[in-house]
Design a protein around this ligand. Structure first.
Ligand code: NAG
Ligand code: NAG
Ligand code: NAG
Length: 392
């Protein structure tokens, strides 16, 4: 019924020469403001552009922005609560894979309108939900960055977001969690987004075998392997459940950490590594781009005469479709595509959603929304900074 009314309205509009409205925004880029009633007066009151066309599936009232940041900003500044939401930009466009529901919506940092949605307004929208007074980022924009900034430790975490929500629990170990740059809560076995605590941060705290955080270790099952990896074998440290005997002592010039530091300046990209190029390949397992980048090393697949996995600047980069070392999906479960029968701006909404979750939109790739970290969900602190600046 609503569609029909809309169609009638547009026939009426068409007869009034709708092309006279002034917009450069392409029809597929029109992000629907979803005002109700969906008319010119209401539309212009909330600062959206009114420009109906004859096709009913193209938004008549849309944001005067196409860039992701301003789309989210406009949406967040005009929607405060369920009862006061002037612009309702869909935060859950992926209806192919998930039926929007309150839990799924809120886990995205968005507002569940539920039964307050009028007609076919989206049920899940971006809104201004600042988690902490005075905090400059508004929610809905970068919930994961927010979580990192306001979750300092397990006991002091204002916004708990699971760091590895799609991993089976047996794979979420303390080691894995810390190397993702997340916070490990041993009492609850939770791995949370938060202030970083990866290997780089631990190494300077490790002064000797007796004065070294338990987590400052590299994986090595024997003294020989530890030496080979330039670690320091500390037999006083526990060997199970994880073998933590191979420590990274900060003033040992031959330990892994020193290698990392050295290589960070001598090997800044695959094309720019000065001798000696130090092999970072594992003797314990088959090295892949993921295992290599995960431990902070550089994956250089093109030159067969030098180690493919080597110490260097951890150069994992994925900032655009054309500039992505490894195409790893941001979300393994969400299908970021649109069928031809769906409204054209759904692709734009998926891009905005990908961006809001710090994904990298790469529509030419299979997954379309790629991860800024070598793992799926967790942005490393170093990536957060890069991504954030990139977006500014
Ligand atoms: C949309 O933005 C453009 C460029 O900033 C501006 O010239 C135009 O007046 C705006 N249109 C409306 C309807 O606000
Ligand atoms: C969100 O609300 C806070 C306080 O309610 C306000 O200071 C801030 O400017 C708002 N942010 C946006 C983007 O509207
Ligand atoms: C491999 O690396 C060596 C030393 O850096 C360089 O001389 C050589 O040209 C490289 N080969 C290729 C195919 O890039």
């Amino acid at each position: 019924m609503f569609r029909l009314l809309l169609a009638l309205a547009c026939i009426f509009c068409a007869s009034r020469k709708v092309n006279s409205c002034n917009t450069d925004i392409l029809s597929e880029d029109r992000i629907d403001c979803n005002v109700r009633p969906n008319d010119q007066e209401k539309c212009e009151t909330v600062g959206c552009v009114w420009c109906p066309v004859s096709q009913a599936n193209i938004a008549a009232c849309f944001l005067n922005y196409t860039d992701n940041f301003n789309v989210i900003l406009a949406a967040a500044s005009n929607c405060n609560s369920r009862g006061d939401c002037q612009i309702a930009v869909n935060c859950h466009p992926d209806i192919i894979t998930y039926q929007p529901n309150q839990a799924s919506c809120e886990s995205r940092g968005c507002l569940w309108l539920g039964t307050d949605a009028i007609d076919d307004q989206p049920r899940c929208v971006y809104y201004n939900n600042s988690i902490i007074e005075g905090y400059t980022l508004f929610s809905g924009a970068f919930p994961l960055i927010e979580a990192s900034a306001i979750c300092a430790s397990c006991d002091n975490c204002f916004h708990k977001i699971n760091c590895l929500p799609n991993e089976p629990s047996y794979r979420i170990t303390e080691n894995r969690c810390l190397r993702e740059g997340c916070i490990w809560c041993s009492e609850t076995n939770e791995c949370l987004f938060g202030a970083t605590s990866g290997l780089d941060g631990l190494a300077p705290l490790c002064k000797s075998c007796t004065d070294c955080p338990l987590q400052a270790y590299i994986k090595a099952s024997s003294q020989a392997i530890c030496r080979k990896k330039r670690g320091t074998w500390c037999s006083n440290r526990p060997s199970s459940p994880d073998d933590k005997r191979c420590a990274i002592i900060s003033d040992n010039t031959f330990d892994e950490c020193s290698f990392q530091k050295l290589a960070a300046s001598t090997c800044t990209s695959c094309d720019n590594c000065q001798s000696p190029i130090i092999d970072c390949s594992s003797t314990d397992y088959y090295e892949t781009p993921y295992t290599c980048v995960e431990k902070g090393c550089m994956w250089c697949p093109n030159n067969k005469t030098e180690p493919t996995c080597r110490y260097g600047t951890n150069n994992y980069r994925c900032v655009s479709a054309d500039f992505c070392d490894i195409q790893f999906p941001r979300f393994q479960n969400i299908v970021f595509s649109r069928t031809s029968s769906q409204r054209p701006h759904l692709s734009r909404l998926m891009e905005v959603f990908c961006y809001s979750q710090m994904g990298v939109w790469a529509p030419s790739t299979y997954d379309r929304c790629l991860s800024p970290s070598p793992y799926n969900e967790a942005p490393l602190a170093r990536d957060l900074t890069k991504i954030y600046h990139y977006y500014q």
